[in-house]
Design a protein around this ligand. Structure first.
Ligand code: DX5
Ligand code: ZN
Length: 222
């Protein structure tokens, strides 16, 4: 069966107990930890930055899948590398030189990703396909957890799956926003191999996390 990575978004975790929450989702079967960094400028919300990520780093060995919703990005790349980010994903709209930003992320020892807002076309990644390790399709407008999945993004997932397969490169195709046991199978059928989920993972308290994660995997009926 197809392997799909689950990357719980800690945006829906209990912020007063973030370290414990990360240890709990690690135990519950998370493949990566999705960390949403927001600046109140690129998106209308604020979260956390490198100092918090650095403190969370010892809580798990799982990769930190860091989604930057900040502008500019470039002055902070080294700080995210030092804090322990493994994948660093940026929005093309966050700066004028996407290729340069991707190069800087790679040079800092991280894996570069590109995130596409609902109105951003798949074609924007075409010129950088040789340089990136992850594409993140936003299936909500970024900024908040708990929003409804935008179905039209499935077509973009299909386009990106075809583009990635043509490269023969191992690029993760991840989707973020409104994923749950109903929407995840549609996204997997369209071609994603990584799922971000916040509210669907963190509902019901720590004893529910393992089942919540399993419910997002392919072929699981709930
Ligand atoms: C939204 C974030 C998402 C968010 C997903 O801007 O990028 O990662 O936490 O939350 P849910 O799964 O609740 O839609
Ligand atoms: Zn995210």
């Amino acid at each position: 069966m197809q392997n799909v990575l689950i990357s719980p978004s800690i945006l829906s975790a209990d912020f007063a107990r973030l370290g414990e929450e990360i240890a709990a989702i690690d135990q519950a079967g998370a493949d990566m930890i999705h960390i949403d960094v927001m600046d109140g400028h690129f998106v209308p919300n604020l979260t956390f930055g490198p100092p918090v990520i650095e403190k969370l780093r010892p809580c798990t060995d799982k990769p930190f899948d860091v989604h930057l919703m900040i502008a500019p990005v470039d002055p902070f790349i080294t700080a995210f590398a030092k804090a322990g980010a493994n994948i660093l994903t940026v929005h093309p709209e966050a700066g004028p030189h996407l290729h340069r930003t991707i190069q800087a992320i790679r040079a800092a020892g991280m894996r570069p990703g590109v995130a596409l807002n609902p109105a951003t076309p798949a074609s924007i990644v075409e010129p950088v396909l040789d340089d990136i390790d992850l594409i993140l399709v936003m299936s909500v407008n970024p900024g908040f957890g708990g929003q409804a999945f935008i179905d039209s993004q499935l077509r973009k997932v299909q386009q990106l799956r075809a583009m990635i397969d043509q490269t023969g490169r191992n690029i993760i195709l991840e989707i973020d926003g409104g994923l749950n046991a109903e929407t995840a199978p549609k996204a997997i059928a369209a071609g994603v191999n990584a799922i971000v989920a916040g509210s669907a993972v963190f509902k019901g308290g720590a004893s529910a996390y393992a089942n919540n994660i399993r419910a997002l995997k392919p072929g699981v009926k709930v």
